[in-house]
Design a protein around this ligand. Structure first.
Ligand code: IPM
Ligand code: MG
Length: 360
């Protein structure tokens, strides 16, 4: 197959980790007889430096014209980078949010899986790590607090900031349907996470999830309050299969879930709309402190490329080959610094990309 992939390397470690994922994709193309054409685009801080804005309309159009988007990470050090002196809507993150919204990428899939080989890197107690876990966080990505109206104004002489959290039933229904569909291909359990003891938007969330659940009699589901979920993730992560939640809760819980896998450098993600199109990026950030040193962990980005093959191109065996290569190199003891433990072989970012590529 001939496919066009828009590539947004971004800022910080983004260019390094995306280059490794492209190396892997080239090997897949070679081995399975495909051809991938790349269109490299700027977004985030690098786009601010080049174009004065974090995302141009031309970039949106070129991303839309591709079959899928592979992304690294965007943003810099919020305390020191000049990008954070700009008004909020001109900062790197504003570009990412605008891109998600423009491409209607409402379904964010963040798989958190503890590899047997990385049990030592898991910060949880050994008996919890021993049980392992394999969950899919389904985060709503184009609604809620991230996209509600916001303002900062003076009210009776007091500076007051307001953000609004809005969900309509259609936004909830389409993400819930995605979560139940995915649960059908997994262990058939959905945990819907909300704050229904306080928020109206969560009470509507619960009601709609219950309606959707009726169409999936084989899937067991439960509701869980977000504070309890944050606790359960470190107490008993094995209980989760698909975790369905709104935008802000999903942002927070997915970082927590990634950390218990051993490193945020392990967690892939896919952001999908209602077609085959998707944007694939590691869940972790741009890690400006280690940028340019060839020591970032490229595995999350490589696994994101595997998700791209699976979800946007229907290339299941190619995706399986990439995932198997990642598992193999971990088994063989190759580690980047973030997941290093005694007796293992320390490799650089490009070194990790090389050994994974060799195993495909
Ligand atoms: C993520 C990131 C983004 C988010 C930031 C960079 C805006 O934390 O993808 O989880 O909050 O969605
Ligand atoms: Mg986040």
């Amino acid at each position: 197959m001939n496919k066009k992939i828009a590539v947004i390397k971004g800022d910080g470690i983004g260019p390094e980790v995306v280059s490794e994922a492209m190396k892997v994709l080239d090997k897949v193309a070679d081995k399975f007889g495909h051809s991938f054409e790349y269109d490299q685009l700027l977004m985030g801080g690098c786009s601010i430096d080049a174009n004065g804005v974090p995302l141009t309309d031309e970039t949106i159009e070129r991303a839309k014209a591709a079959d899928a988007v592979l992304m690294g990470s965007i943003g810099g050090n919020t305390a020191t980078s000049p990008w954070y002196k700009l008004p909020a809507d001109k900062r790197p993150e504003a570009g990412l949010l605008k891109l998600r919204k423009s491409l209607n990428l409402f379904a964010n899939l963040r798989p958190a899986l503890l590899y047997g080989e990385l049990k030592d890197a898991c910060p949880l107690k050994a008996e919890i790590a021993e049980r392992g876990f394999d969950m899919m966080i389904m985060r709503e990505l184009t609604g809620g607090l991230y996209f509600g109206t916001r303002k900062t104004e003076e009210v009776n002489g007091v500076i007051t900031a307001t953000d609004t959290l809005t969900y309509n039933e259609n936004e909830i229904r389409r993400i819930a349907v995605r979560a139940f569909d995915i649960a059908m291909k997994r262990r058939k359990k959905v945990t819907s996470v909300d704050k229904a003891n306080v928020l109206d938007s969560s009470r509507l969330w619960r009601k709609i999830v219950e309606e959707v659940a009726k169409d999936y009699p084989e899937v067991s589901y439960e509701h869980m309050l977000v504070d309890n979920c944050a606790m359960q993730l470190v107490k008993d992560p094995a209980q989760f299969d698909v975790v369905l939640t709104e935008n802000m809760f999903g942002d927070i819980l997915s970082d927590e879930a990634s950390m218990i896998t051993g490193s945020i450098g392990m967690l892939a993600s896919a952001s999908l709309n209602d077609t085959k199109f998707g944007l694939y990026e590691p869940s972790g950030g741009s890690a400006p402190d280690i940028a340019g040193q060839n020591k970032a962990n490229p595995i999350a980005t490589i696994l994101s490329a595997a998700m791209l093959l699976r979800y946007s191109f229907d290339m299941d065996k190619e995706a399986d080959a990439v995932e198997a290569a990642v598992a193999k190199v971990l088994k063989d003891g190759y580690r980047t610094g973030d997941i290093m433990s005694e007796g293992m072989k320390l490799v650089s970012c490009s070194g990790m990309g090389d050994v994974i590529t060799e195993n495909i």
